[in-house]
Design a protein around this ligand. Structure first.
Ligand code: SF4
Length: 201
C-alpha cells in the first residue's frame, strides 16, 4: 500500500512518487515500461505462431527428421553431454516463439502450436469451464485462453485431429529437460527396434 506523505499544505504525494523523483536521472528511457504491454507483446509472438501453425507444423516435421538423422552424432557424443547446449537453444527459441515453460514433454504439434503450460491451471486437456465470452482466460482476463487458441491453431494444421488425443498428466520430473532430444532418442529406439529381425509387423 502506498503511504501518503504531506509535502506542503493542501497537497500530498505518495511514497511511490517520492521514490520515483529520487531516482537518478539519465537519458536512457526504456522502450516499454508497462508490464501489461510487455505481456501483450509476448502474446503477440505466441499468437503469430498459432496463426502460422501449419507452416510451423511443416517446419517441425523436417526439423525432427534432421534431428533424428543426427542421432549417431548425439549417441557418439552422449545424449547426457549434449543435453545442456541443446536445452540452452531450445529454451530460448521456444521461449521466444511459444512462451515455452520447458515442461520437457512437448505437445505443441497436438495443440495448434499453443503451449498448454501457459494456461494458469496448466491443463493438458482443455479448456476448462471458465473461458470468458470474449475467448479470454478467467484467471488472466487480458490473455486469450490458450485452449481456445489451441483449437484455432489446430484447425489450420494437416493433423488437425491430434488435438482430440487425451494427453497424460505432466511428468514433473521431466521439467527443464530437452523435449527435442527425448523425442529424437525415442524415435531412434523405435526405428532400431523395428529394424531388428523378427520384430517387423
Ligand atoms: S508443451 Fe512443454 S516443451 Fe512444449 S512449448 Fe509448452 S512448455 Fe515448452
Amino acid at each position: 500500500m502506498s503511504e501518503t506523505v504531506p509535502v506542503k499544505e493542501g497537497s500530498a504525494v505518495t511514497q511511490a512518487t517520492l521514490v520515483k523523483k529520487a531516482a537518478p536521472k539519465s537519458d536512457y528511457k526504456p522502450a516499454d515500461v508497462s508490464p501489461q504491454r510487455r505481456v501483450q507483446r509476448s502474446f503477440a509472438v505466441r499468437l503469430w505462431s498459432i496463426r502460422h501453425s501449419r507452416l510451423l507444423e511443416w517446419f517441425y516435421s523436417r526439423f525432427a527428421d534432421a534431428f533424428l538423422l543426427l542421432h549417431p552424432l548425439w549417441k557418439g557424443i552422449g545424449y547426457g553431454r549434449v543435453e545442456a547446449p541443446i536445452k540452452f537453444v531450445e529454451k530460448r527459441v521456444k521461449g521466444f516463439m511459444f512462451d515455452c515453460r520447458m515442461c520437457g514433454q512437448c505437445i505443441l504439434s497436438s495443440t495448434g502450436m499453443s503451449c498448454p503450460m501457459n494456461c494458469p491451471k496448466q491443463l493438458r486437456n482443455g479448456p476448462c469451464g471458465g473461458v470468458r465470452a470474449n475467448g479470454n482466460c478467467e484467471v488472466e482476463p487480458d490473455m486469450p485462453c490458450v485452449w481456445v487458441k489451441a483449437w484455432e491453431g489446430s484447425q489450420n494444421m494437416v493433423n488437425s485431429d491430434k488435438i482430440l488425443t487425451v494427453q497424460k498428466p505432466v511428468d514433473q520430473s521431466l521439467r527443464e529437460t530437452s523435449a527435442w532430444l527425448r523425442v529424437t532418442a525415442q524415435a531412434a529406439a523405435a526405428s532400431e527396434a523395428a529394424a531388428k529381425p523378427g520384430t517387423a509387423a
